[in-house]
Every structure is written in C-alpha cells, then in structure tokens.
Write a protein that binds this ligand. Structure first.
Ligand SMILES: *Cc1c(COP(=O)(O)O)cnc(C)c1O
Length: 220
C-alpha cells in the first residue's frame, strides 16, 4: 500500500467511478477522511493534498490534534463519528462542525443547549442502529423517524441526515437500503454510509458522504 496521499487519490478516483457507475452526478458523494488514531504529522500531508473534511470518533483524541490544525487550515470541516457522552457535549460543540451520532433524547437536548450557549450551529445527523445490535450506538430503526421529528420539534435541531454502521459480518446492502428508506420517511436529505470496505456499494445505494479511514491512512 502506498502513502496516505497516494491512497487518497485512489479513493477519490474510485468514488468518482462509483458515482458514474450509479448514474449519479460527479461529487454527489463527499469524502470524510477518518483520521482516528493517526497523528498530526500523518494527517497534514493529506490536508495539503486538498482534503478538507475529516472524521474522528473520540472527542478527547480530536481535542489533542485538531485545534492546531484548524488554526493552520481554517477551512477544515471536522465530523464526530463516534458516540457522544452528554458530559462531552460542550467540548464537542466547540470543536466539531458536524456531529453524525445524535441517537438519544438526552444528547439532542444537550446539543441544543450548548449550541445556543456557544452561538454555534453545527450540522447534525441521527445515527441509526440498522442491525438493531445491542452493543452498538444508534437509535433503533423503528424509532428513527419519530426521533428525527422530536429532535426538530422538541429541541429545534435541524437534522440534515442519517448515518449507519452496518453489522461487520453482514452484507451491508440491505442496511444501506434501510437507511435510505428511513431518510425519505423522515424527510432528511443526507446519507452518511460506507467505509473502506464498502464505500462504492454505499454510493450505489445513495450515500451522500462516505467515511473512509484505513483505505487512506493504512491499518490501525
Ligand atoms: C473508524 C470508522 C470509520 C472508518 O473505518 P475504515 O474501515 O477504516 O474505513 C467509519 N465510520 C466510523 C463510525 C468509524 O468509527
């Protein structure tokens, strides 16, 4: 495997090919480069190669590397793609631009409060546990549409999309299809789905963003 900058170019070319294959417009699916566990020195060349959207799964780890990188590159867009504890909402709202893991009432309420307090409007996704896996974060599919409605009506949150992480051992296609159906029912336009092993398939199922880590940065 080549270095991260070469891998980035390869992933972008594959995304473009998958968009064409699916008869979708060029750039219909944006790339969130997942940089968790990788340090600033590994990430910086990828930013310099033009990538601006990154994903991290832990608030504390992200706080250790992204504030300085955001000063250096002010147009970075940082996504939280891991579970959020309510006692970290304040830090998360201050650092991230997009939170993809809203999955319960308490987090929705905390985020609404912190965004108002800090005067920041983050873009938000609801995470759906499409496989109803007991150990996995995300709202159960049967509750997802009502939860999006409550986020909007009870908490005033503008939910822009849905996100899922299909069960590791299953064919992801049916999970991507379920997320797409729930998004239509909930009237949200964005779909965050697909990782290193299945991002091209996710694009065929309508992903508007794919979260790719190891295919760019190497194994963790
Ligand atoms: C780590 C992670 C990814 C990226 O996984 P890869 O298989 O390395 O591409 C995507 N989404 C979430 C939520 C993750 O935690």
């Amino acid at each position: 495997m080549g270095n991260a900058v070469e891998q980035l170019a390869l992933v972008k070319a594959r995304i473009a090919a998958a968009e064409r294959q699916a008869d979708r417009e060029a750039s219909a699916a944006s790339l969130v480069a997942v940089s968790k566990t990788f340090d600033t020195e590994t990430i910086r060349p990828v930013i310099k190669a033009g990538q601006r959207v990154f994903g991290e799964n832990r608030v504390q780890e992200a706080q250790g590397k992204w504030p300085a990188l955001k000063v250096e590159f002010p147009d970075i867009e940082l996504h939280l793609i891991g579970p959020l504890q309510s006692n970290k909402a304040k830090e998360a709202v201050a650092l991230f631009d997009v939170i993809e893991t809203v999955d319960r009432e308490k987090i929705a309420a905390e985020l609404a409060k912190e965004m108002a307090r800090q005067g920041r409007a983050l873009r938000l996704y609801v995470q759906v546990n499409t496989g109803s896996e007991p150990q996995k974060a995300g709202i159960d599919p049967k509750d997802a549409v009502a939860f999006v409605k409550r986020c909007r009506e009870a908490h005033g949150l503008a939910i822009e999309g849905l996100m899922c992480i299909p069960p590791a051992e299953e064919n992801p296609g049916p999970h991507f299809a379920l997320l797409e159906k729930l998004a239509r029912e909930a009237s949200v336009g964005k779909l965050s789905m697909g990782m290193s092993g299945d991002y091209e398939l996710a694009i065929a199922f309508g992903a508007t963003s794919v979260r790719v880590g190891s295919a760019i940065f190497g194994s963790r």
